[in-house]
Design a binder for this molecule. Structure first.
Ligand SMILES: *Cc1c(COP(=O)(O)O)cnc(C)c1O
Length: 265
């Protein structure tokens, strides 16, 4: 047995085992689907503390996701303080108000939830401002404040009209498929932003794989005009295998690695 200072704490051991299990599931799903590549894992750390992000970084996690600026902002600052350049990259994956864009671009290297032209403009202005002020920042939260922000367009892949969804099932957010081309053109033209692909959340009560395949088809259409927009961010704890079969390049896994969340998130 190694001495105390090299023995991981219980929480690290727990995270390590859960992380290995999820990495195995991803690798197995990719192999079963006959894929030569393995999708990237983004560990969704919402509702869990900065200490867990530090533990995950020590276990080799380089990409983490958060869905609320109010929670992510102080967490990213705490992790930057603890890890400096070794901090993981932050992916913002939740509904984003335009007035929060200036905060989010200080720590996020990617936003997966771009869902309207108005938000594109706000993100672009925020990145430009971040660059202008980079020299004055005491400690930049992004590894390279001059780089472009990776943008994915979140698409609402639920074919049901609002009125046709069962009681208690609301929309999962995102742009209508018909609006993707316009938003993509806005991202591609905006200073400081880089169009990387599409994101979705499977609609509740429908077949997840079918929904993911519809996002993959939209991605193929998008790449006709935007060849760099190759990412498909789809798949969560409950449906990661379906997403990998449908061609996910990035899966976003929270509860199966960090444990159940309380009421929020
Ligand atoms: C919370 C969240 C996830 C992770 O969900 P789990 O079921 O905990 O794996 C993925 N994507 C988005 C957009 C989320 O909000």
């Amino acid at each position: 047995m190694a001495d105390d200072c090299t023995v991981p704490d219980d929480r690290t051991s727990e995270l390590s085992a859960a992380l290995d299990a999820v990495r195995d599931r991803i690798a197995r799903a990719a192999a079963d689907a006959g894929r030569a590549d393995v999708p990237e894992l983004i560990v969704v750390t919402k509702t869990h503390p900065a200490d867990d992000v530090v533990r995950l970084a020590a276990l080799g996690v380089a990409e983490v996701g958060e869905n609320r600026d109010q929670e992510a902002r102080p967490k990213a600052a705490e992790v930057a303080e603890a890890l400096g350049d070794a901090a993981p990259r932050w992916h913002f994956i939740g509904q984003l108000q335009t007035n929060k864009a200036k905060h989010v671009v200080r720590y996020a290297s990617a936003v997966h939830s771009v869902d309207r032209v108005e938000l594109v403009a706000a993100l672009s202005r925020a990145v430009v401002l971040r660059r202008e002020r980079a020299a004055d920042e005491p400690a930049p939260l992004t590894p390279d404040p001059s780089r472009d922000l990776d943008c994915l367009i979140q698409v609402d892949v639920d074919p049901r009209a609002d009125a046709d969804r069962p009681e208690g099932i609301g929309p999962r957010g995102g742009a209508a498929p018909a609006d993707v081309a316009e938003i993509a053109a806005a991202v591609a033209a905006a200073e400081g932003l880089r169009l990387r692909g599409l994101m979705c959340v499977a609609p509740r009560g429908l077949d997840a794989e079918e929904a993911f395949r519809s996002l993959a088809a939209l991605g193929e259409e998008l790449r006709a005009g935007h060849p760099d927009a190759v990412r498909l961010s789809m798949g969560m704890s409950a449906d990661l295998e379906a997403a990998v079969r449908a061609g996910a390049t990035h899966v976003r896994i929270g509860s199966d690695i960090l444990g159940a969340r309380g009421g929020v998130g």
